[in-house]
Design a binder for this molecule. Structure first.
Ligand code: SAJ
Length: 409
């Protein structure tokens, strides 16, 4: 079994590694030569538990090879990004380019799988149409499936193996072939359906999360208005067996939850009213954090931002609300320094805190939870902390002389 994986991002690379570890011969392709050089030496370019060992192992065994061009294979898996354009429409250009790249290598009997998240109908647009044009009879002499990834950064290896999968095929045979393939390493249940259902399932999983986070953010603003601690109230409400309120915060980042709901909206704008409102609430959270700073600190003062990644304990800064907060503060005339232990070109912790009038915690990295208030006090010009993720021990910080403001309190 030879598999060609196109796109060695944070999904494509672990997927290629998992198939290679399960005994398939895998060739990984990416347009980024620097990344290819790294991976070809057995190095993992991402911060992800377990991925260093996996890549080192399968490259060492010769089960995974990488390059900038595809090769002939039995199966082609496309795992490239599907970002949003500035007017919130799906940009399928990476998918189309990947399809163009593999086209010369396709032959009868191949299974072509799209893993990238797309709107309902897009797998057929991207994969089926070009195959028909090339003279194939999809479903008969080539097989097509959509197998959306559903792993969470920070736990990718574990979830890749243990999560359930939904596979949509252009016909039953395509879905069954894809199911057999993923059974090589997936231990979770594999469900099969048609292509459009699989596309919709993936979008709605992330939309579910976005809408629920918006509810938590709205609740935080309500609680702030009437003087209730939202975090305590959420904890207590979640004792109910059928309630699962999400956590508020400075906004929703990452390239999935902040993007995928737009694909649903694009498919049926008139019907997507709640989804649109939820997006708007989450997109406005960085402004809400800005207002918290503005109410307490005058411009030209220094604000220290702790956290740049889009969520805890990862290095990914795509769509990160923290970065937007940094920009908004600078636009309003604040001097901003930002530190993130996972982000290479950010300021050092002490440099960031030095002479700051206020520290804003935007990401609940584990290392921030144990931050020493005395150390911060010694460096800062004024003892004010705004905690947007309920990260630190507020009592301890107040006892050390800090004024602590919590988003949602
Ligand atoms: N967030 C909150 N409150 C919460 C949960 C999250 O504000 O209660 C924020 C996070 O801080 C972050 C953003 O939402 O900024 C997204 O984080 P996340 O951990 O919810 O999700 P992602 O984007 O890292 O991964 C999601 C996952 N989807 C679901 O859980 C339904 C993952 O399983 C998908 O594979 C991934 O999107 C994807 O690639 O689509």
């Amino acid at each position: 079994m030879k598999i060609c994986v196109v796109g060695l991002g944070y999904i494509g690379l672990p997927t290629a590694g998992a198939f290679a570890e399960a005994g398939a011969y895998v060739h990984g392709v990416d347009i980024n030569e620097e990344l290819i050089n790294k991976v070809s030496k057995g190095e993992n370019p991402y911060v992800e538990p377990g991925l260093d060992e996996l890549i080192k192992k399968v490259i060492g065994q010769g089960m995974l090879t990488v390059g900038i061009r595809p090769i002939e294979a039995d199966v082609f898996i496309i795992a490239v990004p599907t970002p949003c354009t500035s007017d919130h429409k799906a940009d399928l250009s990476y998918c189309h380019n990947a399809m163009k790249a593999i086209k010369p290598y396709l032959r009868k009997g191949n299974l072509i799988i799209l893993e990238s998240t797309v709107y309902p109908g897009a797998t057929k647009e991207v994969v089926l149409e070009p195959l028909k044009k090339k003279g194939f009879k999809p479903g008969k002499d080539v097989y097509i499936a959509h197998c959306p990834e559903r792993v969470i950064p920070g736990k990718i290896i574990e979830e890749l193996v243990n999560n359930y999968r939904v596979i949509g095929g252009i016909n039953e045979k395509s879905a069954e072939k894809a199911k057999e393939l993923y059974s090589l390493f997936v231990k979770g249940e594999i469900y099969t359906s048609d292509i459009e259902t699989a596309e919709m399932v993936k979008l709605m999983e992330n939309t579910f999360r976005d809408v629920n986070i918006a509810l938590a953010n709205e609740m935080a603003k309500i609680c702030n208005q009437i003087g209730i601690n939202a975090w305590e109230a959420i904890g207590l409400a979640n004792k109910h067996p059928r309630v699962n309120l999400h956590q508020p915060g400075p906004g929703v980042g990452g390239h999935c939850i902040a993007v995928d709901p737009y694909f649903v909206i694009e498919s049926a704008p008139e019907q997507s009213k709640l989804i649109k409102t939820a997006r708007q609430i989450n997109r406005n959270m960085p402004k809400y954090v800005l207002e918290m700073v503005q109410s307490n600190v005058i411009p030209k003062k220094k604000v220290a931002i702790l956290g740049l990644s889009y969520k805890a304990n990862i290095d990914d800064t795509r769509e990160s609300p923290s970065i937007e907060i940094v920009e908004l503060l600078r636009q309003k005339g604040y001097i901003v320094s930002a530190h993130d232990p996972f982000v290479e070109d950010s300021a050092g912790l002490k440099e960031c805190l030095y002479n700051a009038d206020c520290v804003v915690i935007t990401v609940d990295h584990d290392s921030f939870k144990t931050l020493n208030p005395e150390m911060c006090e010694g460096l800062m010009a004024n003892q004010l902390v705004i905690d947007t993720k309920n990260t630190i021990n507020h009592r301890e910080w107040r006892e050390a002389g800090f004024q602590v403001l919590l988003l949602g309190d």
